[in-house]
Design a protein around this ligand. Structure first.
Ligand SMILES: [Zn+2]
Length: 296
């Protein structure tokens, strides 16, 4: 008998550079094929929530490409995060962290363009409230910023702080700006306040667990905090918090956009019962929304 055929898949996998972080969860404890099983599994719901958000935005809102971009990238973060935690390889770490940075760029767009006129103003648009879109420079600037972040990411693959600073600085701005718009802006509404409250509760709650775990375990955290930290799976709870925090943030942007297009009186919330999260409804023409119109 000759030698066994070369296992090219395994060799390719072994040749990949390791990630520059190793979370607290014990590696290969549950499955010999999945490095951090619970961290990987807890990433999957993010993609499902993104599908839910995308469907609801198509069904109940004036659908615009910006919602597709936001939900699509959130879905990609879920897939990237699952791959990263399952492999702990730098190539897949990039599949997680780069979409997180791109998501933030889309969120900046959502915030800055919430009151811009669309290409085809819908029925009952309060055009006086809308300003000309910044399409000449905003999208190119955000894309250029994404390219620069991507290049730096691969130029300095060992500098985890580079990702952390780019990510956290934008999140901080988004947080401050949403709080300002939800509580201190003249056009704030109870719905936008509720959505920002939920976004902050989920996101900051998850972030607190993430920070606590990192403080105890470090970013090369294998066994850093002992078995009890490994058993706590705080990083998996961070995934859940970040997912639902981001979900409610996008819905907050949708509520603000609906108010700009149709007036705050034509924006309401659906869901909210049992495990069904709140979603935003734009009443565009006598209670009918995009999906309902199309089905007729
Ligand atoms: Zn993670």
């Amino acid at each position: 008998m000759g030698p066994p055929p070369p296992d090219t898949w395994a060799r390719w996998f072994d040749s990949l550079a390791p990630s520059n972080i190793d979370w607290c969860e014990a590696n290969y404890a549950i499955s010999p094929y999945v490095a951090e099983f619970w961290n990987a599994m807890s990433s999957v719901p993010m993609t499902l929530v993104a599908f839910y958000g995308l469907y609801m935005s198509w069904r109940h809102m004036r659908y615009e490409p910006r919602w597709g971009m936001a939900w699509f990238l959130l879905g990609i973060v879920g897939v990237g995060s699952a791959l990263f935690h399952a492999t702990l390889k730098h190539a897949f770490q990039a599949c997680d962290e780069l979409p997180m940075l791109y998501c933030n760029l889309v969120f900046i767009y959502l915030m800055l363009e919430e009151k811009s006129a669309g290409r085809s103003p819908p029925w009952r648009v309060k055009a006086a409230n809308l300003r000309p879109p910044r399409k000449r420079w905003l999208a190119p600037l955000l894309i250029a910023s994404g390219v620069v972040q991507t290049v730096c990411y691969f130029l300095y693959p060992h500098v985890y702080e580079l990702f952390l600073v780019s990510y956290v600085s934008v999140v901080a701005w988004l947080t401050i700006e949403s709080v300002r718009r939800a509580w201190f802006a003249p056009d704030s509404t109870p719905l936008t306040r509720t959505l920002v409250k939920l976004a902050l509760m989920f996101y900051l709650g998850g972030a607190a667990l993430w920070i606590f775990e990192n403080a105890v375990c470090g970013v090369k955290g294998e066994m850093g905090g002992g078995w009890w930290m490994q058993a706590a799976h705080l990083h998996a709870f961070w995934h859940a918090g970040a997912c639902m925090g981001t979900y409610h943030f996008i819905e907050f942007c949708a509520a603000r956009r609906g108010a700009a297009l149709f007036g705050a009186e034509n924006v309401s919330a659906g869901g909210g019962a049992m495990f069904m999260p709140l979603y935003v409804v734009h009443h565009q023409e006598e209670g009918r929304t995009t999906g309902e119109r199309k089905r007729r």
